[in-house]
Ligand binder design. Structure first.
Ligand SMILES: Nc1ncnc2c1ncn2[C@@H]1O[C@H](COP(=O)(O)OP(=O)(O)O)[C@@H](O)[C@H]1O
Ligand SMILES: [Mg+2]
Length: 466
């Protein structure tokens, strides 16, 4: 027995002998054992493959995966003189200089990008940075000026009209920010639309649409019309419609940006669940950092039509490639970036101002909450009420309003956490989050904030600073 074999054998026995209670000890030890095992295989690559996949050019973030989208040298110039514009770009001119000298707008400049099968790939950047142009080049709603786009093995720039139509119908599903539902069609017929265009028989497409509607949680709404649905529900329909044709790639351009903050976050969670179930490749465009970090397996950051950085959220947060990315992230202090929207929860107990104090007391007692949120008939926030105050007004036969504490500090969904913390130190109530109309959107419980802002954010900011 070689030295390594002996050590390996010893460690293996030690490893298996350790009790499950010793998880903390077990994990680092296990990893060490792994390392010893791997180094003992050095020089025997065949056996090593049994332990670790061998890295190849096609490796995605989590081991070997297939490139489903491969973009090389993609440039898009809008306007009269694309060739002159490209020559200027090649000579190092900026987007602004090109516009000044040719009257053409540079939408995309020399993009190289790969998307791996099954990942959620987020494209993030400020408005006008070229995100939508990039997205539309993928299904040639915008014709690229230069470069190559290979999707699922096909160079899409080579497709003729018929080929392109077929490609769009079979490979791509698209979800838009403004939902794009057909108002005169029922939900079922909206979801079945893509299949209808494709010529799928009525029976089959109805069955498929039905199962997609159930998948996105809209069972029971099959025969209603879009106008009867809330924004979040409409976007579920949009999602169901895009998924009904079983596309290889799902393209989502600011798909959740028009939704209310709470709905938006629950849609993000649902998209993550759906993605876990369906394992589809998703290209998701957003200008919102929190959304990008929540959704992205990898994130591409764009600026003025150029790709500035591509990486996992962790890589980008801990190692921004330049000043622009760093300032975009502002990740030095998460509390300056994060907003109340990303921390708020649904309020547990909400009661109407019209409610009688006895009923209110019963509702509050039945919950395990210390306070209830009181709203008027338009759901505008009025104040907070506690059980002891309710008891007082019951004794003195006054209405609920007399028990409500109306001097409560509130925040907006886009209030930065930094500001929230300043408010929190002065108050011991949960903090209501109100929209511009004063409607109750959510609540922030003091205890939940610090957990979110620490501890990993602190480590990240240290790495950035280093
Ligand atoms: N059809 C068009 N004609 C001319 N310029 C366009 C057109 N579409 C987009 N652009 C320009 O291309 C740039 C990128 O736009 P876009 O891709 O829509 O950005 P984003 O989606 O990131 O907000 C912008 O400068 C925009 O004005
Ligand atoms: Mg856009």
């Amino acid at each position: 027995m070689s030295y390594y074999d002996t050590v390996k054998d010893m460690l293996s026995r030690l490893e298996s002998g350790l009790s499950k209670h010793l998880d903390d000890l077990f994990l680092p030890l296990h990893m060490w054992v792994r390392e010893v095992q791997i180094s003992s295989y050095a020089g025997k690559p065949d056996e090593m493959t049994n332990i670790l996949p061998i890295a190849s050019d096609d490796d995605g973030p989590e081991g070997p995966t297939r490139k489903i989208i491969s973009i090389k040298g993609l440039t898009k110039v809008f306007g009269p003189k694309p060739d002159a514009a490209i020559r200027l770009l090649e000579d190092g001119a900026s987007k602004g200089e090109v516009l000044e000298r040719t009257g053409s707008v540079v939408g995309l400049k020399d993009i190289d990008l790969d998307v791996y099968e099954g990942e959620i790939f987020v494209v993030m950047g400020l408005s006008g940075s070229g995100k939508s142009t990039l997205m539309r080049c993928l299904n040639r709603l915008v014709e690229p000026t230069r470069g190559s786009i290979v999707i699922n093995g096909t160079e899409i720039r080579d497709l003729d009209d018929k080929g392109l139509r077929n490609f769009r119908r079979t490979q791509m599903g698209m979800v838009f920010q403004n939902f794009g539902l057909l108002p005169h069609r029922t939900i079922l017929d909206n979801v079945a639309y893509g299949l209808e265009v494709r010529g799928t028989p009525a029976e089959t497409r109805r069955a498929k649409a039905q199962s997609m509607i159930e998948l996105v949680g809209l069972k029971g709404y099959e025969s209603v019309y879009p106008s009867a649905l809330s924004g979040g529900m409409k976007q579920r329909v949009g999602l169901a419609r895009a998924l009904a044709t079983d596309p290889v790639i799902l393209l989502m351009d600011e798909a959740f940006s028009a939704l209310d903050p709470l709905i938006r976050r629950s849609m993000q969670d649902e998209l993550i669940d759906l993605h876990d179930k369906l394992k589809k490749t998703i290209v998701f465009v957003t200008h919102d950092l929190d959304e990008a970090l929540r959704l992205g397996d990898r994130i591409a950051i764009m600026k003025d039509g150029e790709l500035v950085q591509v990486g996992t959220p962790e890589e980008i947060l801990s190692n921004p490639s330049n000043e622009y990315v760093a300032s975009f992230l502002n990740g030095i202090d998460r509390s300056k970036v994060m907003t109340c929207e990303s921390l708020m929860k649904r309020p547990e107990v909400v009661i109407s101002l019209k409610t009688g104090p006895r009923t209110a007391l019963k509702v509050l007692d039945d919950s395990d909450q210390a306070v209830a949120f009181v709203v008027d008939k338009d759901r505008r926030f009025t104040g907070l009420v506690k059980a002891e105050e309710l008891l007082k007004v019951i004794e003195t036969s006054k209405p609920l309003a007399a028990a409500v504490n109306t001097s409560i500090r509130t925040v907006r969904p886009d209030t930065k956490v930094e500001e929230l913390i300043a408010i929190m130190v002065e108050t011991d109530y949960p903090i209501p989050v109100l929209n511009d109309d004063g409607m109750l959107m959510g609540v922030i419980n003091p205890g939940s904030v610090m957990d979110k802002v620490r501890p990993d954010e602190v480590t990240i900011s240290e790495e950035v600073a280093a």
